[in-house]
Design a protein around this ligand. Structure first.
Ligand code: IPM
Ligand code: MN
Length: 369
C-alpha cells in the first residue's frame, strides 16, 4: 500500500476543528486499504507566534519542505491584531507559499445541486456551476519590493506596495491554466487590468502568446478584472478556467466562493513546479475560508472545504484519483441527504456541528467504498 507523509498545520480559529475531521477521513482511507498516511502536526499563525514568537518556526518550515504534502487550516484572529507586522499570523502562510515556491493556486468553485438554494444568487444562475480559478500565488503585489511605509520630510507617511511580474512567472501560471482547461471545457479567461496597469499589459501579452503558440485549440478570452467580478455574479457559467494574478485571484475567488453557497465549501490547492528528477510537486492544501474567530471553538464550522482540500491532495499530489472521487461523492451524498452545517442551512432549518458533518462524510465513505 502506498504511504504518504502529511504535515498538518491546523493553525488558528476554526482551523483545528476542521482539521480534526480531515484526520478521520484520512484514517478511514487507511483502514479501507486505499493508502497509508503518516501525519505530523505543527503550529502556524497565531498559535506559532504564541509558542515561538514567530508565525512559523524553522523546524515547521523544514518539515513542510520534507513532507509529501501540507494540509493547512486557517490563520489569524483578533488576539494577534497588535503583533508586529512581520510576525502577524498571515506571515506564516505567506512564507510557506514563498519558500515552497507554490506559484499555482487552484480554487475550484462547484455548486452542489443540493446547495443551489443556499447561495445569495438565484438557483438558475449557479445550478451546475463548475469553474476553476487559477491564481498566481508567489508574485505580484503580495511580494513585490519595495513594500514599506516611510515617513516623508514633511512628517507625512507614504505607503508603497509593488505590483511586479516577469515573463516566466506569467508563462508558467498560464500553462497551468491551459493544461487544466484541456481536461475541462477547453476555455481560459485571463483577467487583469491592462487598461491601467503595466503589469496587466504584460500579463495579457504573455498569456495570449502562450495560448496561440502552445494551446491553439483552447479558447482564450480576456476580461478586465473589475468586469470579471461583475460577470461572476451576473452569469458565472460563462467561465471554465479563470487565470489571474495574486491580488485579483484573492478577490475573485472569494466572490466565486459565495456562488457555491458558502465560503465554507471552497477547497484549494497550491502547487509548485514538478521536481526535475522525481516529477513530484511541492504542495499545500487549504480551505479558502479563514479562521472565522466569531465561531471558533464552538464546533459550528463547516469542515467541507477542509475535507475537499484533502480530496484535492489525493488527486493532485498522490494520484489517488479513485480515493479523491470517493471523497467528493461522499460530500455530495451527505449534502443530498440534507445534512447541513449552519452556514449552508436554510433559514430556520436544522443544522449540525463540525463533528457531526465529519462523521456523516465518513459514514458516506463507508457506504460508498
Ligand atoms: C487567502 C487568504 C490569504 C491571502 C491571507 C490569509 C493572507 O485570504 O488564501 O485567500 O490573502 O492570500
Ligand atoms: Mn483570500
Amino acid at each position: 500500500m502506498a504511504s504518504f507523509n502529511l504535515l498538518l498545520l491546523p493553525g488558528d480559529g476554526i482551523g483545528p476543528e476542521v482539521m480534526t475531521e480531515v484526520k478521520k477521513v484520512a484514517d478511514f482511507l487507511g483502514q479501507a486499504g486505499l493508502a497509508r498516511f503518516e501525519t505530523e502536526t505543527d503550529l502556524v499563525g497565531g498559535a506559532a507566534f504564541d509558542a515561538h514568537g514567530k508565525a512559523i518556526s524553522e523546524d515547521a518550515m523544514k518539515r513542510a519542505l520534507a513532507a509529501d504534502a501540507v494540509l493547512f487550516g486557517a490563520v489569524g484572529g483578533p488576539k494577534w491584531a497588535k503583533v508586529p507586522y512581520e510576525h502577524r499570523p498571515e506571515a506564516g502562510l505567506l512564507r510557506l507559499r514563498k519558500d515552497l515556491q507554490l506559484f499555482a493556486n487552484l480554487r475550484p468553485a462547484v455548486c452542489y445541486p443540493a446547495l443551489a438554494d443556499s447561495s445569495s444568487l438565484k438557483r438558475e444562475i449557479i445550478e451546475g456551476l463548475d469553474i476553476m480559478i487559477v491564481r498566481e500565488l508567489t508574485g505580484g503585489v503580495y511580494f513585490g519590493e519595495p513594500k514599506e511605509i516611510v515617513t516623508l520630510e514633511n512628517g507625512e507617511k507614504r505607503a508603497v506596495d509593488t505590483q511586479v511580474y516577469t515573463t516566466h512567472e506569467i508563462e508558467r501560471i498560464a500553462r497551468v491554466a491551459f493544461d487544466l482547461a484541456k481536461v475541462r471545457r477547453n476555455k481560459v479567461t485571463s483577467s487583469e487590468k491592462h487598461n491601467v496597469m503595466r503589469s496587466g499589459v504584460l500579463w495579457k501579452e504573455v498569456v495570449s502568446k502562450i495560448g496561440a503558440s502552445e494551446y491553439p485549440d483552447v479558447e482564450l478570452d480576456h476580461h478586465l478584472a473589475d468586469a470579471c467580478g461583475m460577470q461572476l455574479v451576473r452569469w458565472p457559467k460563462q467561465y471554465d478556467v479563470i487565470v489571474c494574478d495574486n491580488l485579483f485571484g484573492d478577490m475573485l475567488s472569494d466572490i466565486a466562493a459565495m456562488l457555491t453557497g458558502s465560503l465554507g465549501m471552497l477547497p484549494s490547492a497550491s502547487l509548485g513546479a514538478p521536481d526535475e528528477k522525481t516529477g513530484q510537486r511541492k504542495a499545500l492544501y487549504e480551505p479558502v475560508h479563514g479562521s472565522a474567530p466569531d465561531i471558533a471553538g464552538q464546533g459550528l464550522a463547516n469542515p467541507i472545504a477542509m475535507i475537499g482540500s484533502f480530496g484535492m491532495c489525493l488527486r493532485y499530489s498522490f494520484g489517488l484519483v479513485q480515493a479523491a472521487d470517493l471523497v467528493e461523492r461522499a460530500i455530495a451524498d451527505v449534502l443530498a441527504s440534507g445534512t447541513r452545517t449552519r452556514d449552508i442551512a436554510d433559514k430556520g432549518g436544522n443544522a449540525v456541528g463540525t463533528k457531526e458533518m465529519g462523521d456523516a462524510i465518513v459514514g458516506a465513505l463507508k457506504r460508498l467504498a
